[in-house]
Design a protein around this ligand. Structure first.
Ligand SMILES: NC(=O)C1=CN([C@@H]2O[C@H](COP(=O)(O)OP(=O)(O)OC[C@H]3O[C@@H](n4cnc5c(N)ncnc54)[C@H](OP(=O)(O)O)[C@@H]3O)[C@@H](O)[C@H]2O)C=CC1
Ligand SMILES: CC(C)(CO)C(=O)C(=O)O
Length: 303
C-alpha cells in the first residue's frame, strides 16, 4: 500500500527516504503548483546522514490528484495541519489511516474531529532533522517515535513495515501521556532558550527558574489526569538539557530563522487547560507574556 506523505520538510524527508529505500511505495504531496515545480526542478529529496548525501527522486503530486489515499503521514507544522489535511480530505478512503506527526497538542484533536470516519493515530517523536535548503535535509539526531490511538484501537499491522524500513517506532497504549510529557518538556525548555537567546545547555545556569516552571507543569499534568506524565519531570528536563546541551531548541531555531513558532500548541495549550481547570500558573503565564513580547519585537506571529 502506498504511503502518501503530506509535506516535504524535515521529518517528511526522513520518513520518505527510509520507506523508499526499503522498497515501499511513497508519494509526496506538495501544497501547490509552485512548490511541486520547485521539487521537480530540484529532482527529488536529498537526505544527509553521517555527512553522506543520498538522492531520492520520489513521485510527487498536488493535493487535488484523483488517486485515493489509504495511508497518510501528515508531516507539517501543527499550525498547518488542519488546512493541509482539508486539502486532501476528498481523496481519503473511508478506511484511510492518518498518522499525525505534530509536536505539542491541539492540532491532532482538531484534525481527528475533521475526519470522524477515518482512523487518526497520534505520534510523538524525539528524532531530529533540519532543512539545510529546500528539499535537502540533515538527519541530526537519533530518537524514537511513539504511536498510539486515543480511541484505544489495536496496533496496526503496518508497524512491521516501519520496522522493516528502520524507522524506530514503538506502539503505546497511552499516547496522550507521551504527548503531554513532551509538551511539558518543551514548555520548560524552549521559551527560555528564546528569551535568554541560548543553547539548551546554558539553561543549567537557571536551575531555580526551571524548578519553578516544572513545579507548575507537574501541577497541571496531575490536574489533567496525566500523573504518569508528571513523574520525575524536573529530572527529565535536566537530563534532556544535558543530552542536548550544544543544541538550540526548535523554538530558538524558528525565531532565529524568522519562522512562526508552535507556541499555540505548547504553552498556549497548557495555559488554556489551566484556565479551564481554575489552576493558577503565574510563572508559566509570565513566561508566555515575555515570549509574546519577544515574538512581536521580532516581527513574528504571537500564536
Ligand atoms: N524536525 C524535527 O527534528 C522534529 C520535528 N517535530 C515536529 O514535526 C512537525 C513537522 O516538523 P518539520 O518536519 O521540522 O517541519 P518542516 O517545516 O521542515 O516541514 C513542514 C512541511 O510541511 C509542508 N506544508 C505545510 N503546509 C502544507 C500544505 N498545506 N500542504 C502540503 N505541505 C504543507 C511545508 O511545505 P513548504 O516547504 O511548502 O513550506 C514543509 O515542507 C512539527 O510539528 C515539529 O514540531 C517533532 C520532532 C522533531
Ligand atoms: C527536547 C528539545 C527541547 C530538544 O531541543 C526539543 O524537543 C525541541 O527543541 O523542540
Amino acid at each position: 500500500m502506498t504511503w502518501h506523505i503530506l509535506g516535504a520538510g524535515s521529518l517528511a524527508t526522513l520518513w520518505a527516504a527510509r520507506l523508499a529505500r526499503n522498497g515501499q511505495p511513497v508519494r509526496l504531496i506538495l501544497r501547490n503548483p509552485a512548490r511541486l515545480a520547485a521539487y521537480r526542478q530540484a529532482g527529488g529529496l536529498i537526505l544527509i546522514e553521517d555527512g553522506q548525501a543520498q538522492h531520492y527522486p520520489l513521485a510527487a503530486e498536488l493535493p487535488a490528484e484523483h488517486l485515493p489515499i489509504e495511508r497518510l503521514l501528515v508531516a507539517c507544522k501543527a499550525y498547518d495541519a488542519e488546512a493541509a489535511v482539508a486539502s486532501v480530505t476528498p481523496r481519503l478512503s473511508s478506511s484511510a489511516q492518518i498518522l499525525l506527526l505534530q509536536n505539542g497538542l491541539g492540532s491532532q484533536q482538531a484534525v481527528a474531529a475533521q475526519l470522524p470516519q477515518q482512523r487518526c493515530l497520534f505520534l510523538s517523536s524525539t528524532e531530529g532533522a533540519y532543512r539545510e535548503a529546500d528539499f535537502r535535509v540533515v538527519f541530526a539526531g537519533c530518537g524514537q517515535t511513539w504511536l498510539g490511538d486515543r480511541q484505544n484501537g489495536p496496533a496496526p499491522a503496518w508497524l512491521a513495515e516501519l520496522a522493516a524500513a528502520k524507522i524506530p517506532c514503538c506502539w503505546t497504549t497511552d499516547i496522550m501521556a507521551r504527548l503531554w510529557r513532551k509538551l511539558a518538556l518543551n514548555c520548560a525548555i524552549n521559551p527560555l532558550t528564546v528569551l535568554l537567546d541560548c543553547h539548551n545547555g546554558d539553561l543549567l545556569q537557571h536551575r531555580n527558574t526551571l524548578s519553578v516552571l516544572c513545579a507548575e507543569l507537574i501541577g497541571l499534568l496531575r490536574t489533567c489526569n496525566q500523573s504518569e506524565a508528571a513523574e520525575n519531570l524536573e529530572e527529565e528536563v535536566l537530563r534532556v538539557i544535558q543530552a542536548t546541551s550544544g543544541n538550540y531548541s526548535s523554538m530558538h531555531q524558528d525565531v532565529a530563522n524568522g519562522r512562526r513558532t508552535e507556541i499555540a500548541y505548547l504553552l498556549d495549550y497548557a495555559l488554556t487547560h489551566a484556565r479551564q481547570l481554575d489552576l493558577h500558573l503565574p510563572h508559566l503565564k509570565e513566561l508566555r507574556h515575555r515570549l509574546g513580547e519577544r515574538l512581536i519585537a521580532n516581527g513574528l506571529p504571537n500564536n
